[in-house]
Write a protein that binds this ligand. Structure first.
Ligand code: P61
Length: 468
């Protein structure tokens, strides 16, 4: 009989990478004694480690991707003309086709685009609502005289909530901000797909449609941060009723079509090592952005990128919306996340698109937030095995400009971020085992004291000492 035990078990379907490896970069293994010296020299800040002292580098997925042979071939076709490079027009065509925005202003990376956008749209005293802050995005808003207001749903701040769309905007919160300040004070609403600081969590198409309706009723623009929009589209396809049959490209396009322009870091989804852009539908805004890009970045047909880099971005954008690629990418993150969950390590749920986020408050409940548990945990994981992670908590969040106090965000996280197409499943196993070792001796992990604090984006260069 067919009806045996096997037929009752849910069938697990494996995923695999839709590529094979044709060039490798050797990694250096270090001893614990060597890592102790490296960590002390780096002031217990993983941003200050030398890459050659790192074994598995999960600091970021930004600019750490492996390019395809097609992208490398494109690099050889770089047209390095100062003005009117052929590669600019390829990139413009890719942005128009995949994202649907009309005008392109290239920049050297995402924050270059944020700088220009904030300068042209924000006036002192303005309010910018958004689905959670991102460090560079909020800083540029503040430098232009604006104030960021978080309007993401409450579930996004709860690591344990398994809401499928923790990137959603709370319409009640957004309406309240509009009522309180008036639409004249709100140059735009900032929408990220996915939401990095919430743990790589997606926004739903239905929610963005509602945001669009509300913004239309008040004449407010929506500016999109599509840095990880392909990952967001994958989650929509998996989770949002009615979207199962849509392609990743169709979902990406539907998200972009609900917004008026974007600031993009091409270093993530677009599968390159450097690049970014601003894209806008409005002719007048485009004119202003084009005038400013020549001041801060470079001529409007390269904006800080070499021709070859623009070609790699153009090709990478097309690859980013291939289903098998994005399925394997998100699948690898889920593999690591579920492994850690099985071991009993507290992680942000659901597992995000670009990394696994450890809940440092639950991991190290004996440490107060002002001795920086996530910073201490990232340092300890490096010491254990040479795996490099990133703090995303009280250090990253910085000080409240009004009170000068640490912001003490609800999310105190360590991010294990996966570069695209770089590491293998065995690397994921080693990473999970390293975190498990630290978890076993978690009660002995001590907090840190900040001994050097830069005034802006302090997490990049701050230095620490162990307490006790
Ligand atoms: C990252 F620790 N992300 O996640 P740029 N928007 C979004 C980003 O994720 C992003 C930028 C804009 C980085 C690099 C990084 O606090 C940090 O091309 C959603 O890096 O200028 C960057 O794009 C900015 C790491 C940035 C950080 C700021 O690792």
């Amino acid at each position: 009989m067919e009806d045996d035990d096997r037929s009752k078990k849910p069938r697990v379907k494996s995923w695999a990478e839709p590529f094979k490896i044709k060039m490798v970069e050797p990694l250096k293994m270090t001893t614990r004694a060597e890592r102790e010296v490296a960590l002390r020299d780096a002031g217990y800040n993983t941003f200050l480690l030398r890459s050659e002292d790192v074994y598995i580098d999960l600091l970021t997925d930004s600019g750490t991707n492996a390019m395809s042979d097609r992208q490398w071939a494109g690099m050889m076709l770089g047209d390095e003309a100062y003005a009117g490079s052929r590669n600019f027009y390829h990139l413009e065509a890719a942005v128009q086709e995949i994202y649907g925005y009309r005008h392109l202003v290239p920049t050297h990376q995402g924050r270059g685009a944020e700088h220009i956008l904030s300068k042209i749209l924000i006036s002192p005293g303005d309010i910018v609502p958004g689905n959670m802050y991102f460090t560079t995005t909020r800083l540029h808003q503040e430098l232009a005289g604006g104030t960021f207001v978080d309007v993401i749903i409450d579930e996004a701040h709860d690591p344990k909530s398994e809401h499928p769309f923790k990137g959603n905007v709370d319409l009640v919160k957004l309406r309240r901000v509009i009522d309180e300040h008036g639409s004249q004070k709100i140059p735009y609403v900032c929408i990220a797909t996915t939401v990095n600081m919430a743990g790589g969590q997606p926004i739903s198409l239905a929610n963005l449609r509602e945001v669009r309706e509300l913004c239309d009723a008040h004449g407010i623009r929506i500016i999109h941060d599509p840095t990880r929009v392909a990952e967001n589209a994958y989650f929509i396809k998996e989770r949002e009723p009615g979207c199962e049959q849509m392609s990743i490209a169709e979902i990406v396009r539907a998200l972009c079509d609900l917004t008026d322009g974007c600031t993009m870091s091409a270093k993530k989804d677009a599968l390159v090592n450097i690049g970014g852009f601003l894209a806008l539908n409005d002719d007048d805004l485009f004119d202003k952005a084009r005038n400013l890009v020549v001041v801060y970045e470079g001529l409007h047909t390269y904006g800080g990128m070499a021709g070859r880099d623009m070609e790699a971005v153009a090709i990478g954008l097309h690859e980013s919306v291939e289903f098998e690629h994005i399925k394997a990418r998100v699948g690898q993150v889920a593999y690591l996340g579920h492994k850690l969950q099985d071991i009993g390590v507290p992680v942000v749920l659901p597992i995000g698109g670009h990394g696994v986020f450890l809940d440092a408050l639950a991991f190290l409940p004996h440490l107060d937030q002002d001795v920086y548990p996530a910073q201490a945990l990232a340092a300890e994981i490096y010491l254990e095995s040479g795996v490099r992670a990133m703090e995303r908590g009280n250090v990253s969040s910085g000080r409240d400009p009004a009170t000068g106090m640490n912001r003490r965000p609800k999310l105190e996280l360590v991010r294990l971020t996966l570069p695209r197409r770089v590491y293998t499943q065995a690397h994921m196993d080693v990473t999970a085992e390293s975190v498990a070792e630290v978890h076993d001796r978690r009660a002995s992990v001590k907090g840190l004291r900040m001994v050097y604090e830069p005034p802006q984006l302090r997490f990049f260069q701050a230095r620490f000492e162990p307490i006790g």
